[in-house]
Design a protein around this ligand. Structure first.
Ligand code: C2E
Ligand code: MG
Ligand code: MG
Ligand code: MG
Length: 282
């Protein structure tokens, strides 16, 4: 341990570790500020209906503006939000902001879009989570069927009985539920049938290799078959090529999301993307 190293214990504080700790602390401080002062943003990525080619909805993805004005990915700061006890506050902001955006878009003349929000495992273990969601929906007059929550397979598997209870509570309000990053979390098929779900999102790692790697195609096929037999919609994530899209279309995937259609966009840019597409379709 560090203590037994005695006088030499400075040797364990390599610059790498130090930098890592500093970065962590900096982001924690920044995150606290951001929660007080509008430093968080939601970006939106289109989700397409595979067969019709129409827009099926959007996924809201949170961004943090750091002190240099740079936008940070949630992979950098969600773990910090969790360990610093800020995740519930962040989650409430995300839910409320997504609902606010839904209202703004309706005011701007867009049809009522389906919005997905991501929730992390600790958030979803919070007893008040479902009621906060219901509150946000009420406040902005949103049809609950327009809201989806995405929860990762591994978060569900952490504590299955608690997950089932929480998901049932969320779903009873009319909100839909998607299992995110599916295929990486080792859930048994037996458990899967006991979860109140609407959607499976095939993990990007399989889609990325769909053209080059036969086992990834096999897993994708198996997930598509599973979705059909459990009556769940299946979404392919991380679609970057026409070939990947062709594969999913030919194999009966319901929805697709990826850079091929659009990167996640700030609300105004999404709106422009939407109208631009609408014009092209007419
Ligand atoms: P996710 O929910 O699986 O979201 C998909 C991620 O893949 C997003 O990264 C998105 O930008 C990225 N992506 C989409 N299409 C493509 C593609 O074609 N190629 C590639 N390479 N990537 C693509 P992002 O925005 O950095 O989010 C990372 C993760 O952070 C999300 O994974 C989600 O688990 C989590 N997250 C995002 N927003 C929130 C939030 O509001 N709350 C919580 N708790 N977690 C969030
Ligand atoms: Mg997601
Ligand atoms: Mg995912
Ligand atoms: Mg993910």
């Amino acid at each position: 341990s560090a203590k037994r190293v005695g006088r030499n214990n400075f040797t364990i504080y390599s610059p790498g570790l130090d930098e890592h700790a500093n970065e962590f602390l900096r982001l924690e401080i920044r995150l606290k500020q951001a929660l007080q002062s509008n430093g968080l943003m939601l970006f939106y990525q289109p989700i397409m209906d595979v067969q019709s080619g129409h827009l099926a909805g959007v996924e809201a993805l949170v961004r943090l503006r750091d002190e240099n004005g740079q936008l940070r990915s949630p992979n950098d700061f969600i773990p910090i939000a969790e360990s610093a006890g800020l995740i519930n506050q962040l989650g409430e902001w995300v839910a409320a902001e997504a609902c606010r955006q839904h209202e703004r878009w309706r005011e701007a003349g867009l049809p009522p879009l389906s919005i997905s929000i991501n929730i992390s495992s600790s958030q979803f273990r919070q007893r008040t989570f479902a009621s906060h969601l219901a509150e946000a929906i009420d406040r902005y007059g949103i049809d609950p069927a327009c809201l989806q929550v995405e929860i990762t397979e591994s978060a569900v598997m952490d504590n299955l009985p608690a997950a089932i209870a929480a998901l049932n509570e969320i779903r009873s309000t009319g909100i839909r539920i998607a299992l995110d990053d599916f295929g990486t979390g080792y859930s048994s098929l037996n458990y899967l049938s006991s979860l109140p779900l609407d959607k499976l999102k095939i993990d990007q790692s399989f889609i990325k290799k769909i053209v080059s790697h036969r086992p990834s195609r096999s897993i994708t096929d198996a997930i598509l078959a599973l979705g059909r037999s459990l009556n769940l919609k299946v979404v392919g994530e991380g679609i970057e090529s026409e070939q990947a899209m062709d594969y999913l279309r030919e194999h009966g995937c319901d929805q697709a999301q990826g850079y091929l259609f659009s990167h996640p966009l700030p609300p105004k840019d999404f709106e422009a993307w939407y109208w631009n597409r609408a014009r092209q379709l007419h």
